[in-house]
Design a protein around this ligand. Structure first.
Ligand code: ADP
Length: 192
C-alpha cells in the first residue's frame, strides 16, 4: 500500500487536491468530514453525535473519530493505498492511525501540508459557505473557532510528522494545477 496524509487548516484545499491525487495515484479517499456529513444526512446515531460538535466548530471526540476510521480501513484492505483528508487532527489520532496501519502491515509514506495564511482561509470558507450549504462555513465565529481547534490540537502534528521525516510543506496559495504539480513532485520523490 501507498498512504498519504493531506494536511492543512480548514479551507486549505485538501478536498480539491485529494480528488486529483486519488485519481492519479489510484488511492482510496478517506475524508472524515465527508463521512460525518453523510452520517448527518442519514440521521444515524454517529451523525447526530457528530453534528453537535461540527455545528459549534469543534472537533468530534477522538474515540468516536478513531473508531470510525478503524472500521473504514478494516473493510478496505484490498485498496492500493489511502489518502487521509482531515484525519488525523490530533496527536492521539496520529498515534492511533500509525497503530492501525501497522496492524494492516503498512504505514504512512508522506504527509503533504498545504500552507495558506488565515485571512485568505476565512474568505475562502465564507465563499464556500455561500454555495455548499455547509452551516459550519457560514459564520465567521464558527470558522474562527475551527482555527482555534486547528492551532491548539492539529498544528502539533506538524512537528510529530517532521520528527518522522514524513513532512512536505507545500505553498497552498495560487493556481490549483500548480499546487497539484508541487504535491505530485513530493509524492514522486518518496515513491521512487
Ligand atoms: P474543514 O477542513 O474545512 O474543516 P472537514 O470536512 O474536514 O472540513 O471537517 C468538518 C468538521 O468535521 C470539522 O470542523 C470537525 O468538526 C469534524 N471533523 C472532521 N474530521 C475530524 C477529525 N479527524 N477529528 C475530529 N473532528 C473532525
Amino acid at each position: 500500500m501507498f498512504n498519504i496524509i493531506i494536511f492543512g487548516p480548514p479551507g486549505a484545499g485538501k478536498g480539491t487536491q485529494s480528488a486529483m491525487l486519488l485519481e492519479k495515484y489510484n488511492l482510496v479517499h478517506l475524508s472524515t468530514g465527508d463521512v460525518f456529513r453523510s452520517n448527518i444526512k442519514g440521521e444515524t446515531e454517529l451523525g447526530i453525535l457528530a453534528k453537535s460538535y461540527i455545528d459549534r466548530g469543534e472537533l468530534v471526540p477522538d474515540e468516536v473519530t478513531i473508531a470510525m476510521v478503524e472500521d473504514f480501513l478494516k473493510t478496505r484492505t484490498d485498496a492500493n493505498g489511502f489518502i487521509f483528508d482531515g484525519f488525523p487532527r490530533t496527536i492521539s489520532q496520529g498515534e492511533a492511525l500509525a497503530k492501525i496501519l501497522t496492524q494492516l502491515g503498512t504505514n504512512i509514506h508522506a504527509v503533504l501540508a498545504l500552507e495558506v495564511e488565515e485571512n485568505e482561509l476565512v474568505s475562502r470558507l465564507l465563499e464556500r459557505g455561500k454555495v455548499s450549504g455547509r452551516t459550519d462555513d457560514q459564520s465567521e465565529d464558527k470558522i474562527r473557532n475551527r482555527f482555534g481547534e486547528y492551532n491548539n490540537k492539529t498544528e502539533p502534528l506538524l512537528a510529530f510528522y517532521e520528527d518522522q521525516n514524513l513532512l512536505h510543506r507545500i505553498n497552498g496559495l495560487g493556481d490549483i494545477d500548480h499546487i497539484f504539480g508541487a504535491l505530485c513532485e513530493a509524492v514522486d520523490s518518496v515513491r521512487g
